[in-house]
Design a protein around this ligand. Structure first.
Ligand SMILES: [Zn+2]
Length: 108
């Protein structure tokens, strides 16, 4: 990873490399990101929850392939609430995302 890539993937608040932890691949509702996020920057899940002042809730999560398929943490929250709408058949899509973002596949 180049210095530029490392900078791109660093959490704005704590500096954690968000590239390697699927928990840090997420999207929250747009009004929440506008209020608590960092624009085009990165914010790890722990720092996002710190800014929100609570653990992530189902109503905070923007449903998308990242939150419904890739991120095990948001998947669990969505699944517990019966809100994961993507069928399991979309797993191929998850693999595509992982290849493009990680440069490798990873069982998550
Ligand atoms: Zn952080």
């Amino acid at each position: 990873m180049t210095e530029q890539e490392r900078k791109h993937w660093s959490c704005h608040d704590c500096g954690k490399n968000c590239h390697d932890d699927a928990k840090d691949y997420y999207m929250v509702k747009h009004h929440l990101w506008a209020a608590f996020g960092v624009g085009w920057g990165m914010l790890c899940m722990d720092c996002m929850e710190g800014r929100l002042g609570h653990r992530l809730r189902v109503e905070d999560i923007l449903p998308c392939p990242l939150t419904e398929q890739i991120n095990p943490y948001t998947r669990e929250i969505l699944n517990r609430a019966g809100r994961n709408s993507l069928p399991l058949g979309r797993a191929g899509y998850r693999t595509e995302i992982l290849k493009s973002n990680y440069g490798r596949t990873k069982d998550i």
